[in-house]
Design a protein around this ligand. Sequence first.
Ligand code: 8X3
Length: 259
Amino acid sequence: MTESPPSPSHQSRTAVVTGASSGIGAATARMLAGAGFHVFCAARRADRVAELADAIDGTPVTCDVTDAGSVAVLADAVGPSLNLLVNNAGGAFGADPVGQADPDDWRRMYDVNVIGLQQVTRALLPALIASGDGMILNVGSTAGRIAYEGGAGYTAAKHGTKVVTETLRLELWDQPVRVCEIAPGMVKTDEFALVRFAGDQEKAEAVYRGVPDPLTADDIADAITWMATRPAHVNVDELVIRPRRQAAQHKVHREPSSE
Ligand code: 8X3
């Protein structure tokens, strides 16, 4: 019987998490730090990343993934070697039908979910390769697997995240860098739905109405940490994860309203 190579020690390993100021990104930064990674917490909101980095003994980096200069600052902060890049920054803006949607919302979604991911990956790829054991872990979505009415701008962008991930895995086939995607379904965070509906609390709450137990940011952080701590020869290509009540985007088991 052959023995599997031992799991790498995660002490002294480094990780970058983008979009680390809230939700899945913040939870992931915390959990990776708990698993022994030194985490570069990157996001636009300087106060939030500073607070988070302080709590987990990480490094705060104020970074807008859609801005090339800002991404260069991140690469400088990281230096010559990096083990893990979690491309988490992303989001949805609007939920209008194709015939009525604002093209500027679509541009913003492509910008952050696809081009931002590419810019950060491009800037950090040399360090990931130089580590001898790197991983790019892209946070996609079940919206990158299906279509739904009102979702085209976001689903198109998240299909983009999926395809970029698959392409990278092919392009890096002979490099010491694993390429993975996690595709979450319904995850209740403080901001995702609120941002999508431009601060409309009523519309944001309707997304989760009658679902007492959607996934949480910690559920996704836990799955990401599991993917990131497999032995170096194990590549989890993609992990699709939903709450039990969500069999598909359109098939959610909601409890009747008690109002
Ligand atoms: C979030 C999933 O259902 O809002 O990435 O498109 S959904």
